[in-house]
Design a protein around this ligand. Structure first.
Ligand code: DAH
Length: 338
């Protein structure tokens, strides 16, 4: 004779097998194992049984409960898997995905980030100034005489009101000294503009990193040390650095710096990358006059300044043959630096 619990089990198992989806399965669970389910009801019924019957039926109840629970779980898993597979089947995985176009920094920006990183380690802070300048910041304050050829209309973009597009970033030296007394240690990256004939190495707009360091007892040795360190960090330890005597109105003595390195595509050729020198006392004196104080006493303070050609540095570093590529926005070019 089968016990009513065994009949309940068989009925439950049959209904579980017949359940077509998770909702139907849940209904079966509630019917048999829910709080007022027919199997659960046997828990209460136990109390009415005799001492002899109780352990036998108790054991049977446990077996029935776990058999039905196991069947519910197994069937539930299968139904969920089929449901998921059904949902996935509607997705055409052979369709091309949505491409995520990830941008990248412009090679000049990458170059600038590296340069700033190196100068930061030497304690240089960032400074900035406007692209549109007055003649005083661009020339007069930099000890550049009124008849100096750089001031020529053939070389410089003048605005109708007499202002101009700065021909170099040295203007920011002046602005830095106007706004703060020494000691001062800044770099100023930015655009500069000249009426040059545009070709592979000349552009009407190019970029420089200006540097200025004013303190007590700053010497040419400091200038050499700082710029050699910078150029070797940028181009590699084996880079040869050459200082050539030169002339700038705002520095004395003045130098131009050339580099060459076997590690670079330019190889054995010296390439000019920088103008620099010791700040001319006349510049300090003009600063004092403009500030109305004696903060830049040329007897007390000395300094070095430099202007690095940023496009030039990037062309050497990334082996770029033509300066015009920086401004053409050709993705075939820019994509190579992503
Ligand atoms: N301003 C110069 C140029 O554009 C470069 C330069 C030379 C900057 C000497 C300086 C300097 O600060 O001291 O060619």
């Amino acid at each position: 004779m089968t016990h009513p619990l065994q009949e309940l089990r068989d009925a439950a198992l049959a209904e579980i097998a017949a359940a077509g989806d998770v909702q139907a399965l849940e209904a079966v669970r509630v019917l048999y194992l829910g709080r007022s389910g027919s199997i659960s009801a046997w828990g209460e019924k136990m109390k009415t049984l005799s001492k002899e019957e109780r352990p036998v039926v108790g054991k049977l109840l446990n077996e029935v409960r776990s058999a039905v629970t196991a069947a519910l779980e197994e069937s539930g898993e299968k139904l969920r898997a089929t449901q998921e597979a059904g949902a996935l089947a509607e997705i055409d995985i052979s369709l091309p995905g949505t491409p995520h176009e990830i941008g990248a920094l412009h090679p000049l920006t990458q170059m600038l980030d590296r340069a700033i990183g190196i100068f930061r380690r030497m304690g240089f802070a960032l400074a900035a100034g406007p692209d549109v300048e007055d003649e005083w910041h661009c020339f007069d304050a930099l000890n550049t005489a009124p008849d100096h050829p750089a001031r020529n209309e053939q070389d410089t973009f003048y605005l109708p009101d007499g202002r101009l597009l700065r021909t170099h970033t040295s203007t920011v030296q002046i602005r830095a000294m106007e706004s703060a007394p020494p000691p001062i240690r800044v770099i100023a990256p930015g655009a500069a503009f000249r009426r040059d004939e545009v070709d592979a190495t000349h552009s009407a707009q190019f970029h420089q990193i200006e540097g200025l360091y004013v303190d007590e007892r700053v010497s040419v040795a400091d200038l050499k040390g700082a710029l050699e360190f910078f150029l070797r960090e940028l181009f590699g330890a084996e880079t040869a650095v050459r200082f050539r005597p030169h002339y700038f109105p705002f520095t004395e003595p003045s130098f131009e710096i050339d580099v060459k390195s076997k590690a670079l595509k330019s190889g054995e050729k010296w390439i000019e990358v920088c103008g620099c020198g010791m700040v001319h006392p006349a510049v300090f004196e003009e600063m004092n006059r403009a500030r109305g104080d004696a903060a830049y006493d040329p007897e007390k303070w000395t300094g070095f300044a430099f202007g690095l050609g940023m496009d030039r540095l990037a062309m050497i570093l990334f082996d770029i043959p033509d300066i015009r590529l920086f401004a053409q926005n050709d993705l075939r070019f820019l994509g190579q630096f992503a």
